[in-house]
Design a protein around this ligand. Structure first.
Ligand SMILES: [Zn+2]
Length: 288
């Protein structure tokens, strides 16, 4: 599943190609992948110019103006690719967007359809909403301050469950959660409110480092992820724990273990990430 680094790579590729371009037409091969305000999408966007392409957590926001935007969620298997119009249309291509005076079109494909496209019109608000609700996203993992991050961890839930909750922190999924917890030396089942201030600072820095390194490596391609040119990333070869069960820890040579935490397959080094109890922090924190 694409996480922050993969989505950021796709965003950069899409932004480079379509910012400032005018939408010629939109073709929906499957209307039910589009959710949002009940305005006929194709008519609403025909002839409109793309102002900018942003990222919100794991979602890509194609902004037309302050009011109107398309939000693309890649879900598990979603891809946005820029291809020449004469390229044969692959199965599961649900949406095609063509631009004026342009040698490519943008295609959204998603075999498993956990992703989708949300048509957002602020003026219409919640009136006439069609299809799935837009996923809620907390502060971005690369932009949140250490202080706000610490505040969001003041919770009895397991640290892994909290990091995966997009409403708590936007962008981190299973891969980068496991990689960050290993670098910070924290067991994923640790109660978040039992982490020391030092552990929280280490985790904060680990998340930023891992995400930045992964972006530089073009993301991780475990199964489906491809960038806008349909090319894979290679950060998976630098994973320290994720998908490395039985292989030696890159730090201490202990065999990596797989367990289930927060309902997800989880990879840890039992030596670097001991499940020890840590005394609660002295500073008072709210339990929300
Ligand atoms: Zn280790």
């Amino acid at each position: 599943m694409p996480e922050l680094p993969e989505v950021e790579i796709v965003r950069r590729g899409v932004a480079k190609r379509i910012t400032g371009r005018t939408i010629e037409w939109i073709r929906l091969n499957r209307a039910d992948v589009v959710h949002g305000t009940a305005i006929p999408l194709c008519a609403a966007l025909h002839g409109r110019r793309v102002k900018r392409v942003e990222r919100v957590g794991k979602q890509i926001l194609i902004e037309i103006n302050r009011r109107v935007a398309l939000m693309v969620h890649l879900g598990m298997t979603g891809r946005l690719t820029a291809v020449p119009p004469e390229m044969p249309i692959e199965p599961h291509t649900h949406v095609r967007i063509s631009f004026r005076k342009c040698s490519f079109e943008l295609r959204f494909s998603d075999p498993r359809r956990f992703g989708g496209i949300w048509f957002l019109d602020k003026a219409a608000g919640e009136v006439g909403w069609v299809g799935r609700r837009r996923p809620l996203v907390g502060p971005d993992a690369l932009e949140v301050s250490c202080r706000e991050f610490a505040g969001r961890l003041a919770h009895r839930r397991q640290i892994k469950a909290l990091l995966l909750d997009q409403r708590v922190l936007g962008g981190v999924g299973n891969i980068y959660c496991d990689e960050s917890l290993h670098r910070a030396g924290i067991h994923p089942a640790t109660r978040a409110d039992r982490l020391s201030d030092g552990q929280i600072r280490r985790l904060y820095r680990a998340i930023r480092t891992v995400l930045a390194q992964a972006i530089r490596a073009g993301g991780s391609s475990i199964s489906d992820y491809r960038n806008v040119d349909n090319a894979p990333g290679w950060f998976q070869v630098r994973h320290r724990v994720y998908d490395r069960k039985g292989q030696p820890c890159r730090r201490c040579k202990t065999a990596i273990k797989r367990l289930v935490v927060a309902g997800r397959g989880t990879f840890i080094c039992p030596k670097c990430q001991p499940p020890r109890r840590v005394r609660p922090r002295r500073s008072p924190r709210k339990h929300t």
